[in-house]
Design a protein around this ligand. Structure first.
Ligand code: ADP
Ligand code: ASP
Ligand code: MG
Length: 437
């Protein structure tokens, strides 16, 4: 069985939705994971923002505008008659529900419920569309088998255990459709896998059913060798190893959710990144092995905060780093990059909710310096121990840009540099010219 995920643009209009059957072969066994129609989750985030601020009027205006968009969507997607009525009922149900939410207390728990509506709408409408043209399919409720624990970690055995009986129940059916992004948390509440999480749903499902392959269908022909939104002339990469893809996703390549590679890697499920607008294009294959000896791609992650702890006490005396890391652990704050010297350690985080409390505790060790608005630029490729010359090419490309931290040798496939976010565009372009042109 395969898992095929279609992103927001791929289901972004009735026309696009109808065209999915150019790619989906209903005669093949597969689970199709759909994102929300593009723009919907952003609108739902905005609506929740208003409701959290108790601006009910503005929220209702936004809800009505989105409702109208879906009314039009239904008219275009479904021919007049029973199926269009069904589609309209579904749309009205979800928007009446949203409007009703604005009458009661609104907390982050309700916010998650609001954010879930996009995927619930897209999958139900697509299911009705398939019915309307006589293509059999089964709609599987992701909230019955996608789950995260108290640390936001997905529970793959839970998914396997709860999905298998559903697939068994509908034995003989081939085409299953489900929602990306949404799940339940350890309290049983509706939750999600963070923005862009439908990719993660696809790879978690791939792992849970030991799929033959996971296909991520999007609006570009695979992972490019630099951010195509910033740099001109980027090119798709035909092969990436799981490790390379994980680094790129984690360090900002938006085409993949940051965590989405890990389940596929752990369960050895190949992942293909493919273009809905150009289905014949080769795309990118992410698998265990990869081409050796090449610089593959450049990515950048914004919103980074650097923390430097300068200590008069022997910094690298044993136990010191542990004490520093324990503080971050206690505040559930992951560290991205780290560099050390005899008298100081610098590290970066992107989750800053607990920064004040962390800094307060770090002061026990010495002085603490904070730099905000930083960007990690990450160069990914095969930099095995016997390789040489790559670091100097990277640094040469960035010789006109102030570098705050450098991390090299942590793995065989990553060189990371911390720069001011204001220098990112120039850094990506300069690296591209030096490494790929
Ligand atoms: P979807 O809605 O299908 O999940 P996304 O917008 O999340 O699509 O991801 C696809 C987008 O990622 C592309 O349109 C592109 O602009 C952006 N992107 C950023 N970095 C890269 C990269 N290195 N390679 C390919 N696409 C990238
Ligand atoms: N709809 C969600 C988002 O916009 C999930 C996804 O598209 O992957 O973030
Ligand atoms: Mg995405």
């Amino acid at each position: 069985m395969k898992v095929l995920k279609f992103g927001g643009t791929s289901v972004g209009s009735p026309e696009r939705m109808m065209k999915l059957l150019d790619i989906i072969n209903p005669a093949e066994e597969q689970i199709v994971v759909l994102s929300a129609v593009s723009g919907t989750t952003n609108s739902l985030v905005e609506i929740s923002g208003k409701l959290l601020k108790e601006d009910k009027q503005k929220a209702l205006t936004l809800i009505n505008a989105l409702h109208q968009k879906y009314n039009d969507f239904v008219v275009e997607l479904l021919a007049e008659g029973d199926f269009r009525e069904q589609g309209q009922e579904v749309v009205d149900y979800h928007f009446n529900f949203l409007a009703a939410l604005s009458n009661d207390m609104f907390t982050p728990i309700e916010e998650k419920v609001v954010l879930a509506q996009g995927e619930l709408l897209s999958t139900t409408l697509y299911h009705i569309y398939l019915k309307s043209i006589g293509v059999p399919s089964v709609l599987l409720p992701a909230l019955d088998f996608m789950k995260i624990d108290e640390d936001n970690e997905p529970d793959i055995p839970f998914t396997t255990k709860n999905l298998q009986p559903l697939l068994e129940k509908h034995k003989g059916n081939k085409l299953f459709i489900t929602q990306g992004f949404i799940c339940r948390n350890s309290f049983g509440e509706v939750d999600n896998l963070r923005r862009g999480g439908s990719d993660y749903t696809a790879s978690l499902l791939g792992a849970a059913i030991l799929a033959e392959e996971v296909q991520i269908w999007t609006d570009i022909d695979g992972m490019h060798n630099n951010d195509p939104r910033i740099v001109k002339g980027t090119k798709p990469i035909s092969h990436l190893s799981f490790d390379e893809a994980a680094e790129l996703a984690y360090f900002g390549a938006k085409i993949l959710h940051p965590q989405s590679v890990f389940p596929a890697q752990k369960y050895k499920i190949p992942v293909r990144l493919l273009n809905t607008m150009e289905p014949q294009a080769q795309g990118t294959l992410i698998a265990a092995d990869s081409e050796k000896g090449k610089i593959k791609s450049i990515a950048a992650k914004d919103g980074i905060t650097a923390i430097k702890i300068q200590s008069s006490r022997m910094l690298l005396a044993y136990g010191f780093l542990r004490k520093v890391f324990e503080i971050f652990e206690r505040y559930k704050t992951p560290i991205d990059m780290i560099t050390t010297s005899e008298v100081a350690v610098s590290l970066t985080i992107d989750f800053t909710d607990n920064l004040d409390a962390i800094v307060k505790e770090l002061h026990a060790f010495g002085s603490v310096e904070i730099d905000r608005d930083q960007t990690i630029v990450c160069v990914v490729g095969d930099f095995g121990a016997e390789k040489h010359g790559y670091a100097s090419r990277v640094l040469d490309a960035l010789k006109h840009i102030p570098i705050r931290m450098i991390s090299y040798g942590g793995s065989n496939y990553n060189i990371s540099l911390l720069i001011n976010t204001g220098d990112k565009t120039e850094a990506l372009r300069s690296l591209h010219n030096r490494l790929f042109e």
